[in-house]
Design a protein around this ligand. Structure first.
Ligand code: NAD
Ligand code: DAU
Length: 339
C-alpha cells in the first residue's frame, strides 16, 4: 500500500543509507528526505536516486516550528523516521548549545507535528550512549531496562529527546518506537568519526589520533544492518516499545585502528596517542535479544564489514576528499539554487 514516509536527517550518514534503502526497497512508498544540510548533510550521495518518482527532498530545520507545522499539514505523512541530530560527541564538548536546540527542541517540534496530524508511527532513532558507560567486564550489556545515565552533552541531549518521545506516547497516545543502536560504520560515514577518519588519514600516510590509551571499547554495527532493523521496527515494532540494536562486535579503538592499518598495508608508526576525550565513556555493548525476537539478525561480521568499508573508501576517494575540502556544500547551492 502507498505510504508517505518522512525521514529526517536523510542527507547524513545513517539517514542517507536509510533513504537509499527505502527508495529502492519500497517503490510504492513516497520517501521524503527532510534535512537542514548542516556541515554533516550531503546530497551528492543521492545523485543516483534524486530523479526517482518516489524520492523527494525538503530543506528544513526540525527546530523551526512554523516550517515543520506547515509541511506536516500539507503532506499528511503516515510515518516519521527521525534521524536528524547533531551527532558528534567531540563537537558537543566544545559547543553543547546546538545539541539541545536540534536534538531536544527539534524532536519536540516533530512530536507536536506528528501528534497534530495523527501519524501512524513515529520511530525515534536514538543511541546506546544514553545508557552511559559499562566497565570492562565482558559479561555485562546494555538492555532496554538499563537506566539512562548519559555522560556527554550529546548523549544527554539524546536521552532528553528519548524521554520526550516516551512522554508523548504516555500522555497523548502517540504511536512511537525508540531504537538505541551501537556505533555504526559503512559507506558515507562522515570523516570526523573514528573509522572513516582513520581510513582517510592512513591512505594519505597521515598520523591517526588515538584518544588516551586506545583501550576504550565500542560495539560496531554495519549501517545496512541498522537500516534493516529500523525498517523492521517501523513495520513490526510494538507501539511504545524501545529496541536496542547491536551485533556483538566489541573492539578496543586500538584494535580497530590496527585492523585498518594492516588491511591497507601501512605501518603502526602512524598511530599517535593524544590527550583523552573529556568524560570518555569506557565501553558500550548492546544486548539485542528483544530485536532478535522480533525477527532481526545482522548480516555483516565486523571482518566482512570493515573490509567492504575500506574498499568503499578506496573506490570513493573523490566523495570523502570533497567532504574534507568542504566542496560538497556547493552541490546543494548549484542543484537547488539555495531553495
Ligand atoms: P550525521 O551527523 O551523519 O547526520 C545528521 C543529519 O541531520 C545531517 O544530514 C544534518 O544535516 C541533519 N540535521 C542536523 N541538524 C538538523 C536540523 N536542525 N534540521 C534538519 N536536519 C538536521 O548523523 P548520523 O551519524 O547519521 O546519526 C543519525 C542519527 O542516528 C542521530 O540521531 C544519532 O544520534 C543516531 N545514531 C548514530 C550512531 C552512529 O554511530 N553514527 C549510532 C546510533 C545512533
Ligand atoms: O554509540 C553510538 C554513537 O557512536 C553515536 O550515538 C554517535 O552519534 C556516534 O558519533 C558514535 O559516537 P562515538 O563517540 O563512540 O564515535 P567516534 O567515532 O567519535 O569515536 C569512537 C571511539 O574512538 C571513541 O572511543 C573515541 C575514539 N576516537 C575518536 C576519534 C574521532 C579516537 O580515539 N580518536 C579520534 O580521532
Amino acid at each position: 500500500m502507498k505510504k508517505k514516509i518522512v525521514v529526517t536527517g536523510g542527507a547524513g550518514f545513517i539517514g542517507g543509507n536509510f533513504v537509499q534503502f527505502m527508495v529502492k526497497k519500497y517503490p510504492e512508498y513516497d520517501i521524503y528526505n527532510l534535512d537542514l544540510l548542516t556541515y554533516a548533510g550531503d546530497l551528492t550521495k543521492h545523485r543516483d536516486i534524486e530523479n526517482e518518482p518516489n524520492y523527494h527532498f525538503v530543506k528544513a530545520d526540525i527546530a523551526d516550528r512554523e516550517s515543520i507545522t506547515a509541511l506536516f499539514e500539507k503532506e499528511k505523512f503516515d510515518y516519521v523516521v527521525h534521524f536528524a541530530a547533531e551527532s558528534h560527541v567531540d563537537r558537543s564538548i566544545t559547543n553543547p548549545e546546538i545539541f539541545v536546540l536540534t536534538n531536544v527542541l527539534g524532536t519536540q517540534v516533530l512530536l507536536d507535528a506528528a501528534k497534530a496530524n495523527n501519524i501512524t508511527k513515529f520511530v525515534h532513532v536514538s543511541t546506546d550512549e544514553v545508557y552511559g558507560e559499562l566497565d570492562f567486564d565482558p559479561t555485562t550489556f546494555f538492555t532496554e531496562d538499563t537506566p539512562l545515565q548519559p555522560n556527554s552533552p550529546y548523549s544527554a541531549s539524546k536521552a532528553s529527546s528519548d524521554l520526550l518521545v516516551r512522554a508523548y506516547h504516555e500522555t497523548f497516545g502517540l504511536p512511537v518506537n525508540i531504537t538505541r543502536c551501537s556505533n555504526n560504520y559503512g559507506p558515507y560515514h562522515f570523516p570526523e568519526k573514528l573509522i572513516p577518519l582513520t581510513i582517510s588519514r592512513i591512505v594519505n600516510d597521515q598520523k591517526v589520533p588515538v584518544y588516551g590509551d586506545g583501550k576504550n571499547i565500542r560495539d560496531w554495527l554495519h549501517v545496512l544492518d541498522h537500516c534493516a532493523a529500523i525498517d523492521l521496527v517501523l513495520h513490526e515494532g510494538v507501539t511504545g516499545e524501545v529496541y536496542n540494536v547491536g551485533g556483538h562486535n566489541e573492539r578496543t579503538n586500538l584494535e580497530v585502528v590496527k585492523t585498518i592499518i594492516k588491511t591497507l598495508g601501512k605501518s603502526e608508526d602512524l598511530i599517535e596517542f593524544v590527550e583523552d576525550r573529556l568524560g570518555h565513556d569506557k565501553r558500550y555493548a548492546i544486548d539485542p535479544t528483544k530485536l532478535e525476537q522480533l525477527g532481526w539478525k545482522p548480516t555483516y561480521t565486523l571482518e566482512t564489514g570493515i573490509a567492504q568499508t575500506i574498499q568503499w573508501y578506496l573506490d570513493n576517494k573523490e566523495w570523502w576528499e570533497r567532504i574534507i575540502s568542504g566542496e560538497y556544500q556547493e552541490y546543494f547551492e548549484k542543484q537547488y539554487n539555495g531553495k
